[in-house]
Design a protein around this ligand. Sequence first.
Ligand code: ADP
Length: 723
Amino acid sequence: MLENIVGHAADVLKSKSAWLFISDLDQISFRCEICFGENGGIVDRTLPFGVGVVGEIANNAPGLIINDYSERPTTGKFFEPENINALMGVPVLCEGKLRGVLLVGRESEETPYTPSEMELLELFAGQVGTALESEILLDDERYRRDVLEAIHRASLQLTSSLELQPVLDAILNQALALIEADDAHIFLFEGERLSFGSARWSDERKTEPFSEPREGGITYTVALTGERIVSSDVDQHPLFKDWQWGGAIASFPLRIGDQVVGVMNIAFEEPHLFDDGELRVLELFAVQAAIALQNARKFQESERRLAELSALQQVAKVILSRLEMQALLDEIVNQVWQVLGYEIVEIYLVEGHILRLRAAHGSGVEPDHTMELSTGIIGRVARTNTPAFVLDVSQDPDYVVGFPRSRSEIVVPLSKGDIVIGAINVESPEVGGLDEADLRLLILLADQILVAIENATLYDRLRKHSSDLEQTVQDRTAELATALEQARSAGRIKTQFVADVSHELRTPLANIRLYLELLNFGNPARAQEYLDTLTRETDRLVSLIEDLLAISRFDTGTSMPKFQAENLNLIAQGLIEDRQRLLAERSLEVEIEIDDDLPDVRMDEKMITQAVSHILTNAMQYTRPGGVITITTDTRKSDGGDWALLTIIDTGIGIPPEEQGRVFERFYRGKASRLLSVPGTGLGLAITKEILDRHSGRVTLESEADSGSRFSIWLPIDTSVSN
Ligand code: ADP
């Protein structure tokens, strides 16, 4: 029988080897009684009590798991199984006293042992203990062999099945056969109530089978007192009311520790005197039945835990793979609903003093619903950082109706240390629809959720950081590209400038040299003509150099306007007067429209004259003979202020749209300058713009190719000046 139990233990626990060590009654040594699988050579080996791994396990209740067994240093003594990586062992108790050690081992490639597997091994150790007890219990040689065999058969069932019903049936069958009784029952006792466990009866039995124990009857009394009742003739027994028929009964409590978990009845239709031997054997079967009940409970419990754990694992695996926060929260709710099977699931996250619903299933509460931290069961959980398990919500003073059909509720905080970041809420439409196991599961899950949320937060932050970084890199790259382009075009402009300036300087200089020579060697009658040309060319040189100096003074900041109240009308009129002769020479007509009410404005008169002069010069140069140049002055309201305007309109060749934005750039010369071979450096309008900038004014341009241009300078009317 022991061999059978050990073999089953190895099978059920998927272990390569299993060993059973039994100690002598005086606890001096352990002997290897059974060895399953490899390492068979150690059967019958004796070890001193308390040494090595066997000794270690003997001292450790419930037992030990050593998953790195192969890495333990060897001592070369006693018990050291080879090729075993993981070892698990539990003590074997007999009548509460240590009588042995049951071990299982796995080879290196296999998986490590888990605590729930240890619970299973304990069940097998319990059976070994019972088998050993039966040896002690049975000193009557007459029964010894039969009883051992009957118990063996019952325990075969006990070891091959971890389900309750077939085990109880087998125990009763064996007991009936052995004692030759007519009727046998097992009732389960839980919460002060007896319920049906198993019933067997002999083929010869004549009367109706016994169905339900009555309160105050023999079976209930045994269950409540924990004391067995034996009656050879129930008709004579004061508590007898369970049967319709007479006969004899032996009723045994089934105990786990101090607790009665059931009752076993063995009955005869006729009066029967139970002898000592029979009672001892029945006692033994009662022990077996109690163990079966305990095993079944533990098994169900560990089954459920295993199922819970694997569901939990599945949920954790899915949610840990989600990194985006909202998707993660939705997935958690979805998994908790689908895999763990809760009808109503909600996740709230703390935001300052409120809780916000971030994901939900089945509750019908609006998404994004918020509530104060100070209210409701969820608020209490978040405030106190303690889970709430409410069997009946109507009994909880903090309950606020969310889902009307809700009856029981579990809320678990999502917290790291003292900091609560939210809560997971699960509700059931039944009172008591949730139990301790659900609470345990949700507490475990809360840890996983927290890790997943932390990951997602980190990921969000990283993603934001990297997109910020990307943006910064993009911005910087664009800035650099612009700077580079500017530097390049500055370089090009400079080169062009040097070329332009040298050209512009060379032409008048060459002319000056030529006419100086003509003065010396040419026709003396034309001396005046030569002198006039010399003067014109010298003037051109002077004006070019002045432009260059003006620009360089703006750049060095040495040219600051000296403001005075002046009138644009005077400037316009002065310039026209100066240019009268030139205009006539070029056959250009000039029109002037002056606003007589134009107020004075603050300006540096010399600078503004220079600015207008550049525009006027251009108008004259870029308009063909016969054209008209119009000069107007007026006032305008714009950008919330009053402005004085001077406008010069020509009927010249105009400026194409693509050039209009560039004509104010330094050294920029448009198509027109080449078309009409106008001398110049491209500085005129740049200087005009610099001057207007220094007056908080502006210069604007409207033009259409072929129909002329219209340049205006705008100066702000300062009321203190105009009054
Ligand atoms: P420059 O006249 O020395 O070339 P400006 O800065 O005065 O330099 O003018 C820049 C360019 O603007 C000129 O080269 C010309 O192409 C264009 N431009 C300026 N004024 C006029 C105008 N009234 N009509 C046509 N084109 C003009």
